[in-house]
Ligand binder design. Structure first.
Ligand code: TMP
Length: 211
């Protein structure tokens, strides 16, 4: 079986790390060699860009700059890490990818989705994740959870309405692409969330066996 490209998405406090651990465990139990990575980041250059994007040094960064830096990090990540891994049959499990650009820059910042689509086509060609788990929960609940962690980064400092637009943009993508994007109800207790994640992964593996 060839490697698959799986991504995890969701607003802050949705529990992506818990989901990541569950998916990783399942894939390893099924004998797959998995590369775990994240965006923005995943490469030395990408991690430097992440610091610029999430830190408070450039608080007033223009939204175009923000979008282009996200895609610069993505180009590096794809070419240096994701594609080479997929080429040798590894599975790639990535914490956020281009859906986050549609949700945060498109939904949150209100940027024209067509500009994002142009960059997506340029940077990725026809590379898309085969499966995306969208950890969904009410914004208030997510932000309350995220607030208990370390001091807020540049995105976490945005207002409630920003995250409501981000959540809605994610839900719109899930509605448009139900085959790829599976919604996990992240508002449920941990064991229930893990069970939902397991069900989605096992169904995906089953489908892959028949492809
Ligand atoms: P996180 O991965 O630790 O949750 O933080 C990454 C932040 O960057 C998060 O607030 C979402 C944001 N982001 C974008 O705005 N656009 C993107 O394309 C990506 C990958 C992340």
């Amino acid at each position: 079986m060839q490697g698959s490209f799986i991504t995890l998405e969701g607003i802050e406090g949705a529990g992506k790390s818990t989901c990541m651990a569950e998916v990783l465990k399942l894939l390893k139990e099924n004998g797959f060699d998995v590369l775990q990575t994240r965006e923005p980041g995943g490469t030395p250059l990408g991690e430097d860009l992440r610091q610029l994007l999430l830190g408070h040094k450039h608080t007033g960064m223009h939204e175009d700059t923000e979008l282009l830096l996200m895609f610069a990090a993505r180009a590096e990540h794809l070419q240096q890490k994701i594609l080479p891994a997929l080429c040798v049959g590894q599975w790639v499990l990535c914490d956020r990818f281009t859906d986050a650009s549609y949700a945060y820059q498109g939904g949150g910042r209100g940027m024209d989705m067509r500009r994002i689509a142009t960059l997506e086509a340029w940077v990725q060609g026809d590379i898309r994740p085969q499966l995306t788990l969208l950890m969904d929960l009410p914004v208030e609940q997510g932000l309350a959870r995220a607030g208990k962690r370390s001091s807020p980064d540049r995105f976490e400092s945005e207002a409630l309405a920003f995250f409501q637009r981000v959540r809605q943009a994610y839900l719109n993508i899930a509605e448009q692409e139900p085959e790829r994007v599976k919604i996990i109800d992240a508002s449920r207790p941990l064991t229930e969330v893990q069970a939902q994640v397991r069900a989605v992964i096992l169904a995906f593996l089953e489908q892959r066996r028949h492809d």
